[in-house]
Design a protein around this ligand. Structure first.
Ligand code: HEC
Length: 159
């Protein structure tokens, strides 16, 4: 082999190996346990941030703190959490046993509506928080938390 052909052969081999390992990564679908952990974590982060907003509304109002929290909730609400509820995750353990009800996997239309309401109210809260009027934030915060409750009432088992 001439040096040039040798280099090209090595390059081609390297590319083949790289492509093969990429395919291997793509084929490793996350395990149910991982998906359940992710969704439980996402909701925990949402809850941390609703708590920060509530603390600000109940105590001395901190516009920056509320805006950061509202942006985080909106980002998570708009990230497509539905992807974390595929078939095969009706039961199982993430950080703890999943609290999802089987109905969530049967009534896609209703879940979609609840998820859309959650996204809409969270996006609106982020807008209102950026302006920073505590009374307006309080109203919008109440609208947001009603979307949590509706979904939990139907699709999350009580403790
Ligand atoms: C579209 C439905 C839906 C909406 C909207 C929703 N949740 Fe949930 N939530 C769930 C489901 C389902 C679970 C159970 C997840 C699991 O255990 O696999 C859950 C779990 C949780 C948990 C427990 C997480 C853990 O540690 O297991 C908290 C906290 C939570 N949600 C807070 C909220 C808050 C706060 C909001 C609104 C700001 C909200 N959720 C909006 C469906 C929803």
């Amino acid at each position: 082999m001439t040096p040039m052909i040798r280099i090209l052969t090595i390059a081609a081999t390297t590319l083949t190996i790289a492509a093969a390992s990429l395919t291997a990564i793509a084929q490793q679908a996350p395990k149910p346990e991982q998906l359940i952990k992710w969704r439980q974590s996402a909701y925990q982060v949402v809850a941390w941030n609703t708590g920060r907003i509530k603390a600000s509304l109940d105590g001395s109002y901190n516009k920056d703190e509320v805006a950061k929290a509202a942006n985080t909730i909106a980002a998570i609400a708009n990230t497509g959490l539905g992807a974390l509820f595929p078939a095969g995750t009706e039961q199982g353990k993430g950080w703890h046993d999943t609290a999802v009800k089987p109905e969530l996997f049967q009534d896609g239309k209703k879940v979609g509506e609840y998820a859309a309401n959650f996204s809409r109210e969270a996006t609106e809260l982020a807008k209102v928080a950026a302006v920073g009027d505590p009374a307006a934030v309080k109203d919008q915060y109440a609208k947001l938390t009603r979307t949590c409750k509706s979904c939990h009432d139907d699709f999350r088992a009580k403790d």
